[in-house]
Design a protein around this ligand. Structure first.
Ligand code: GLY
Length: 348
């Protein structure tokens, strides 16, 4: 998979065709209703052999029905193994589009053009594709890398402040997995007030951290589990918020998950106290307080124990000994998880 940083599309397109490796007989551009309006015109690919496919927006549409609609369009318009699918959008479009391409005629090439910060630094990179199924997120899918990921920071122009913060949480995670220098820069900035050039460089560094991990472990047998830092607790907060009818953006839940998992890292793995405090202060300032009560603890513990990353009945966390020093498959007791909840509610 090549990551191509777009300054000018006229310079980037030849690199993209080189990464695709063949001249497609037809090009399909997959968007959702939002990205079709706000971002489609930034992608200078059009013509007789270009077919547009637009899906409804939102995670609730990352379904088999939507996927089947994409396959129908591909079939109806005569897609072959020599066709190319370009997924222009956020995580839903790149996840679902990638899976559509991975399975259609046993695999056709696809390119991701992420339009959200979250998709740029995470979803579009690393080959995880899939859909939600039977009420479970990303239950069906495949590891299948895009031939190229086109990173055009100009696509972020129409993103809301909340969506920038949401994507920034994954960047904060990458900085914790990366280096002290990266981390120090992340915890001392305001995600919505970073100079454009600096942001472009930070995005590149963030993608490099993820790409480096994925290159060593593409199918998550070992090291790639470190990319779940913040997600074991984060997914539980996200599910609880959804159950209460007050959904939160993924990155907000991840940020709160990072705070809780840094608390556990300090308590169980000796992560430096002052670095933990500084990160937690930053998370509180940017993402506010995580909202749950004592009576939610059992529900949260239930969500955690059903996380699909668990093996058997063990609840496994990825924790940190220090910045850049991961500890994988750490079993954490119910008591320690409860302490982390207390910390987030009271000491946060
Ligand atoms: N989002 C985590 C991963 O790609 O492994």
């Amino acid at each position: 998979m090549s990551v191509i940083y777009v300054d000018q599309w006229c310079d980037a397109l030849p690199k993209m065709w080189q990464a695709v490796g063949q001249t497609p007989d037809k090009i399909f551009v997959l968007t959702d209703e939002m990205t079709r309006v706000h971002c489609r015109s930034r992608l200078p690919i059009s013509g007789e052999d270009v077919v547009e496919i637009c899906i409804p927006q939102g995670d609730e549409n990352k379904t088999l029905t939507t996927l089947s609609g994409v396959w129908e369009k591909l079939t109806h318009h005569g897609a072959t193994r020599h066709s190319l699918l370009i997924c222009l959008g956020g995580g839903v479009v790149t996840d679902l589009g990638g899976f559509a391409a991975a399975a259609f005629k046993r695999g056709i090439p696809f390119v991701n053009v992420p339009t959200t910060l979250l998709a740029m630094v995470d979803a579009a990179v690393g080959g995880k594709t899939g859909i939600n199924f039977a009420g479970l997120k990303n239950e069906v899918g495949a590891f299948c890398p895009a031939r190229a990921v086109m990173v055009d920071a100009g696509m972020l122009g129409t993103l809301s402040h909340e969506n920038v913060c949401s994507g920034f949480a994954e960047m904060l995670k990458h900085s914790l997995l990366g280096s002290v220098e990266m981390w120090a820069e992340h915890v001392s900035c305001d995600p919505n007030d970073v100079d454009e050039k600096v942001m472009a460089r930070m995005i590149r560094q963030s993608i490099e951290v993820k790409a480096h991990v994925v290159a060593q472990d593409p199918t998550e047998r070992g090291l790639r589990k470190c990319l779940n830092l913040g997600h074991t607790l984060g997914h539980a907060f996200e599910s609880l918020a959804l159950e209460k009818g007050q959904p939160v953006l993924h990155g907000y839940a991840v940020a709160w998950g990072l705070a809780g998992e840094l608390y556990l890292s300090e308590k169980l793995m000796g992560f430096p106290l002052e670095r933990m405090r500084q990160t937690v202060r930053f998370i509180k300032e940017i993402y506010g307080d995580v909202r749950f009560e004592c009576k939610d603890y059992d529900t949260l513990l239930d969500f955690i124990s059903h996380d699909k990353k668990n093996v058997g009945s063990r609840v496994n966390f990825c924790l940190l000994r220090d910045i850049g020093q991961v500890a994988l498959d750490i079993q954490v007791s119910r008591e320690d998880i409860t302490d982390a909840f207390d910390f987030l509610r009271e000491g946060f």
